[in-house]
Design a protein around this ligand. Structure first.
Ligand SMILES: N[C@@H](CCC(=O)N[C@@H](CS)C(=O)NCC(=O)O)C(=O)O
Length: 215
């Protein structure tokens, strides 16, 4: 049985891979699991049928038989636990890999996401420049640490895994910004993630939906 995920019918990111269904698509592509997509409008996100599987009225969701899951991190973890290739078998390495998944979503993503949001909804506020600077300082603190940890390594902890997959999708939001360009090893890390064939397939699938909805 193919799992069914949800994605925006018309993504506000312009098909740049920033909507969080991208993570789930990428994980499914990495493990070779075919999937179906149910497209939802912003209106449908608020309807009871969707709220029954995503209490916060967001995408992505993941349905497979009796299981309905929400939260992109939980979905990626579920996929990684059910298939080989995204988590190491050694228990300690596996625990560390899961720690990197949390680090991506809990520690690195918040200031990056808040900056993107501020650039959209707070631009006209009198305190916008100050807020932007504060968020960019927070991002730099996180990137300093991430860059130091990564050093010249290819991936965060040994082979590519679910932690890298989430971290790359988080850094993607900084693509092309001068902030990321100050960290050549992180820019190269992002490019390595984007160059993975499974990433390309996921990216093209979600970009095609955007192109069709605007064509
Ligand atoms: N923590 C959630 C965040 C999900 C989320 O923010 N989804 C966005 C798209 S990337 C969404 O559905 N936004 C519409 C809304 O919140 O109304 C996850 O990782 O799944």
């Amino acid at each position: 049985m193919k799992p069914v995920i949800t994605a925006f019918e018309r993504s506000p990111d312009g098909g740049r891979g920033l909507a969080r269904d991208m993570r789930v698509r990428w994980a499914l592509e990495e493990v070779g699991q075919p999937y179906d997509v149910r497209f939802v409008s912003f209106k449908a996100l608020r309807e009871l049928a969707h709220l029954a599987i995503q209490p916060f009225g967001q995408i992505p969701t993941y349905e497979e038989g009796e299981l309905a899951l929400f939260e992109s991190g939980a979905i990626v973890l579920h996929i990684a636990e059910r298939h080989g290739g995204l988590l190491p078998n050694d228990p300690n390495a596996r625990a560390r890999a899961i720690a990197w998944m949390f680090a991506a979503l809990n520690t690195v993503e918040p200031p990056i996401f808040d900056r993107s949001l501020a650039m959209i909804v707070e631009r006209e506020e009198p305190w916008y420049e100050q807020r932007l600077r504060a968020l960019e300082n927070s991002i730099r603190q996180r990137l300093d640490s991430l860059s130091r940890h990564l050093g010249e390594a290819e991936w965060l902890d040994g082979a590519f895994g679910a932690g890298d997959l989430l971290m790359v999708t988080v850094l993607l939001r900084l693509k092309g910004s001068p902030i990321l360009e100050d960290y050549p090893n992180l820019s190269a890390y992002l490019a390595r993630g984007e160059a993975r064939p499974a990433y390309r397939r996921a990216f093209e699938a979600q970009a095609a939906v955007f192109a069709a909805s605007n064509g």
